[in-house]
Each structure stands twice: as structure tokens, then as C-alpha cells.
Design a protein around this ligand. Structure first.
Ligand code: CA
Ligand code: CA
Length: 586
């Protein structure tokens, strides 16, 4: 009850109902991070309160105690195992608050560890029903925190709020029907009193949507489906159709049109916009759905209070390669052609790095960040559309026979997949975890059936370079040029962190957490965690020392596909542990 009357209301004249309303906010504020704390997260070095280390998700820390000169001395402080028999991909980013590290694990688990010792405080295991349909491993990417709650999404398409002290369930709401192929793996985004989430299921014809719910109760505030024709909701009432029905979809195809918003979103307090990416149109076979198929494979800017779409930019109109456009859109400010601008950047699954005016969605620049893009010869800066190479779109099926197979690069796993890039305010560079690989892809006949895969395509993935698949690339958003690159034999599948210590951190499937010089790309430090690193590293300050943490545990979508690519990671063991590092005490 701490802080009950902090605002000075003793109010004998106030009705009980009014008093209840008035004291609700201070109660929450007294016990845990406030909405304003979340907005300020990027600058507060003593905690990590948001997925992305700030609502803009730049993943930049102003800390420099660990830096390019001394990182070579960094050693483990402790490690904490997730335990259990189920060890799959650990793609989570930890949060740190008030002596506790909150981290999610595979199979929809959430853990609270002591941030000084790694001792487990509590663990929550979602009881998942039989019949969940995660397309690409049973991962989870992280939690959200506000007040006395820690929240995360589960594989059965639920959103769960737990008491952050005890791990006990406060509320648990279904955001969609898992039996229709919906699931959820992204870290929720909190804006003001709303917890905002997307959904997964684009391989099952699930329709992408974004929902905002009340953090305290889980009640739905608004919902915005991202496929043209579907009705949005606000406070229990219809709030307008998305786009214009049948403008870019024929017949009833929009009803199962895909566009899963499976990677969550970012929030820009500066423009008061939230940005969500949308996945592939369904089915994959593009010949079955003529048109641009809005708003699939796009970035959407929405009003966080109503869910109304303010602008959209479609990276892959009429996608035919599973180029989900979910990749994070990171707001940043820079001077372009002598003019200070509010921008945003996105390294898309289709292999292009886009710089966009985040106030209106206008394209400012687009450049390749992978070795090759067979599907398009560049992006037309006037129209914002790709210059498609028509011959490299897989052909239509011939009756019941599969259509002409083509070679496509990037592969469907993308020039960049889910793993978040980072932006350094110091160097002005984006650090993009990318992959060079291609695929043979062909189309097949398909019809929609609830709860069944809805692809109408087949594929074989393969490397395109003899020495690497993964490549961490430093991109200059002003020029579109690659400033440096680090090549990795196995595909890169982990997030990136950059710091004022002139450092860039990322993990490798081979098990290493690595640190690079942010300006030059020189490798400065590495540590083998015993299993592949596909999580996102963080850093914070505690007792005057700088700590770095990352999840270890090989998995994710990559090992689900075989072929030549699998040779690069066949000897990597699974695992599930939180690793924490710092400099030795001098
Ligand atoms: Ca912080
Ligand atoms: Ca997809």
C-alpha cells in the first residue's frame, strides 16, 4: 500500500469511486517503473526496462566503462540455467530492474533472476495446450515491465501479466485463436497505460493485427487488423475498415491474407507514432492473389491511442518469396542533404536497407545490405517501388503440377530475419545482423483450410558464398554504404547492442558472444557460452560497474531447415542459460 496517499488526497468529501480513481495511478507509480520511465529507458543506465533498450529500440547504451580499450579483459560474473528438459532457441532479450533480471525462455517461460548472483527468484511456465502451431521454433523474444507487473506473450496466442515480485498471474487474455494457427512470440510494447502486441501465423493464413490492451486489466482498448477490408475496433466500437476492401486483393482472399505482425513494434515519443512491420501475404504462391496485397510486407505507422494507420510503406508489393516486412523500424535523427530530419531505418528481409521520413512515410534512401538481390534491381526512389526482375519470380503451378522453379536470393529466411539491429548515436551507423543465402523456390496449388499450412510453395535453401552465411554489417544510413563487415561461417541469428564505449556486441551460433570496435569492425573480445547465441545482448550499470548480459541457447528457425546450410551448424548443441559479464574488479 506504499504511496497510497502520496498525491496528498485525504478527501473526506470525495466519493469512494472518485478516490479509487485518484489513488490508482500513484499506487502503480510507487511500485515499479512508470510509463515515463519506459520513455526515458535509453538514457537510464541503471536499468533495462524495454525491449530495444528504449522505446525507439536503438539498442544503444551511453555506458562506456567497458570500452574498446578494456573489453579484452571482460569475464563472466555468473550464469544461470533455465533448467528443464526443453531447451530450444533462446531468442530473448533480458530486462533489468531493481536487482532482478527478467528473461523469457523457449516454450513460453518467464524467469526472474537475482541480478547480483543469478539465483532464481521465481519461474512461470505457461501451460500450453496441445495443437499450438508455431511455424519456426518455440521461441520467445522478451517481456515488458510496468508498475508491479511483468508481461509476455505465449505460443498459444495469449498475453499474460504476472506480478513481478511473485510470478503469480494477474491476468491472462487470449489475443487470437491458436487453433486457427495464431501464436505469439514478440516482446510486448508498452505506451502509456497500454500494452501493444502483434500476432504470428502468416504461414497459416492468419490475419495480422495489432492490439492495445489496458496494462492493469488486459481489457482490449483497440485493435487494428493490417489487411485491407478488415474492421478496426476502438473501445468496443467499430473504428473504420483498414484500407479499402478489394483495392489490392481480389475476391475473398483478404479474409485469409496473412500479414502477421509477429515481431512487435517500436514507439517514437517524438512523433507519437508506433511502428509495426507486417509479414508475408498468404499464401506464398503469389499467382493466386494478384495485386499489391496491402498492407502485407510493409511498415505501418499508427496512432498509439486509436490504432488508426497514419502512413504505410510497402517494401515488397505482391511478395512471392516470403519476404515478411516485419523487421524493426528504428527512429533516428540525422541531417540529410543539409536538412535535419526525423527518420527511421529498416533492414528488410528482402535484402534492402530503407531510410524513411518517419513523419510521413516518404522513402529517402534504399540500398542493398546483402551480397545479392535476385528478385529486384534496386528500389525506385521516386515511386518507392522495387524494380522487379520478373524472370526471378517463381512461376505459377501448371494444373496440379508445380510451377517453374527459380533461384532467389535472399532466401525466404531473409537478408535479415527477426534479429534486431542497433544504431549508434556516436558513429551514426546501423549495425545489421545479416545473412547471405539463397533458395530454389517453386509454387504449388493450395487452398485455405483452417489450422493448416497455407503456402502453395516449396523451397530448398542454400549458401551463396564459400566462406560465410552470416555477416554483421555497419551501414551508413546517409550514403547506404557498408562501412565494415564481419563474416561468420554459420547464419547470424542474434540481436545487436552498441555502446558509447565504441563497442558493438552480437552472438554467433558457434556459441560466442563477441565484441567489435564500432568504428572499424575489429574483433576485440569473444567468449564461448557453450551453446549458440541467438538472443539480444544488453548492458546496464550496477554498484558502479557495467554489466553485459545475453541468453545462450541454439535454435530458432534456422535449424528447422536442412540442406547445405545445415552443415554450418551441425555440431552446435542446444542449451538455455543467461550469461552475465563484467570487467574484473581492479
Ligand atoms: Ca534504462
Ligand atoms: Ca513468413
Amino acid at each position: 500500500m506504499k504511496g497510497k496517499f502520496k498525491n496528498g488526497i485525504t478527501g473526506s468529501m470525495a466519493s469512494i469511486a472518485t478516490l479509487g480513481l485518484l489513488i490508482a495511478a500513484p499506487l502503480q507509480a510507487a511500485d515499479g517503473p512508470t510509463a515515463q520511465d519506459l520513455v526515458n529507458d535509453a538514457g537510464s543506465t541503471g536499468d533495462v526496462l524495454t525491449y530495444g533498450m528504449g522505446p525507439q529500440a536503438q539498442r544503444f547504451s551511453p555506458l562506456a566503462k567497458v570500452n574498446a580499450d578494456n573489453v579484452k579483459s571482460m569475464v563472466p560474473a555468473f550464469a544461470a540455467s533455465l533448467g528443464g528438459e526443453k531447451q530450444r532457441g533462446q531468442e530473448s532479450q533480458p530486462l533489468v530492474y531493481d536487482g532482478t533480471i527478467y528473461v523469457t525462455g523457449s516454450y513460453s517461460r518467464l524467469y526472474a533472476f537475482d541480478s547480483h548472483t543469478g539465483e532464481k527468484k521465481w519461474e512461470y511456465d505457461a501451460r500450453l495446450p496441445d495443437g499450438i502451431m508455431p511455424c519456426c521454433d518455440v521461441v520467445n523474444r522478451g517481456a515488458a515491465i510496468m508498475g508491479d507487473k511483468v508481461l509476455f506473450a505465449t505460443l498459444d496466442a495469449h498475453l499474460v501479466a504476472l506480478n513481478r515480485h511473485t510470478g503469480k498471474v494477474v491476468w491472462n487474455k487470449a489475443i487470437a485463436d491458436y487453433q486457427a494457427g495464431y501464436s505469439a512470440t514478440a516482446a510486448p510494447l508498452i505506451v502509456r497505460n497500454m500494452v501493444i502486441t502483434g500476432n504470428s501465423g502468416g504461414e497459416f493464413g492468419a490475419v495480422g493485427a495489432i492490439q492495445a490492451r489496458n496494462v492493469d486489466t488486459g481489457e482490449l482498448i483497440w485493435e487494428r487488423p493490417v489487411i485491407e477490408g478488415h474492421m478496426g475496433m476502438l473501445n468496443g466500437k467499430p473504428n473504420g475498415i483498414t484500407g479499402k476492401t478489394n483495392a489490392s486483393w481480389q475476391g475473398d482472399l483478404w479474409k485469409t491474407g496473412g500479414g502477421a505482425t509477429w515481431l512487435g513494434g517500436t514507439y517514437d515519443p517524438d512523433t507519437n507514432l508506433i511502428f509495426f512491420g507486417t509479414g508475408n501475404p498468404a499464401p506464398w504462391n503469389s499467382h493466386l492473389r494478384p495485386g499489391d496485397n496491402l498492407y502485407t510486407a510493409s511498415t505501418l505507422a499508427l496512432d498509439p491511442d486509436t490504432g488508426v494507420i497514419k502512413w504505410h510503406y510497402q517494401t515488397t508489393p505482391h511478395d512471392g518469396w516470403d519476404f515478411d516486412g516485419v523487421n524493426e523500424f528504428i527512429p533516428f535523427d540525422a541531417t540529410m542533404a543539409g536538412k535535419p530530419m526525423k527518420l527511421g531505418a529498416k533492414a528488410d528481409r528482402n535484402g534492402y536497407f530503407y531510410v524513411i521520413d518517419r513523419t510521413n512515410g516518404h522513402l529517402m534512401g534504399a540500398s542493398k545490405f546483402v551480397m545479392e538481390t535476385t528478385w529486384a534491381n534496386g528500389i525506385n526512389l521516386k515511386t518507392g517501388r522495387p524494380n522487379f526482375v520478373d524472370a526471378n519470380r517463381p512461376g505459377p503451378p501448371n494444373g496440379s503440377e508445380k510451377g517453374t522453379s527459380v533461384f532467389s536470393s535472399p532466401s525466404f529466411l531473409g537478408g535479415k530475419n527477426w534479429m534486431p539491429m542497433a544504431y549508434s548515436k556516436d558513429t551514426g551507423l546501423f549495425y545489421v545482423p545479416s545473412n547471405d543465402w539463397g533458395m530454389d523456390i517453386w509454387n504449388e496449388p493450395i487452398a485455405y483450410k483452417k489450422g493448416a499450412a497455407y503456402l502453395g510453395a516449396g523451397f530448398t535453401i542454400r549458401p551463396v558464398a564459400p566462406d560465410h552465411i552470416g555477416a554483421l554489417r555497419a551501414m551508413d544510413p546517409k550514403t547506404g554504404k557498408i562501412v565494415w563487415e564481419y563474416k561468420n561461417k554459420a547464419p547470424l541469428w542474434g540481436g545487436v547492442l552498441t555502446t558509447a564505449g565504441n563497442l558493438v556486441f552480437t552472438g554467433t551460433p558457434e556459441g560466442y558472444l563477441k565484441a567489435f570496435d564500432a568504428k572499424t569492425g575489429t574483433e576485440l573480445w569473444k567468449f564461448n557460452t557453450g551453446s549458440g547465441v541467438v538472443g539480444s545482448p544488453i548492458t546496464w550499470e550496477q554498484d558502479g560497474e557495467q554489466y553485459v548480459a545475453v541468453m545462450s541457447g541454439w535454435g530458432g528457425a534456422v535449424p528447422l531447415w536442412g540442406g547445405e546450410v545445415a552443415k554450418t551448424f551441425k555440431d552446435i548443441s542446444q542449451g538455455g542459460a543467461l550469461w552475465v559479464f563484467k570487467l574484473p574488479k581492479s
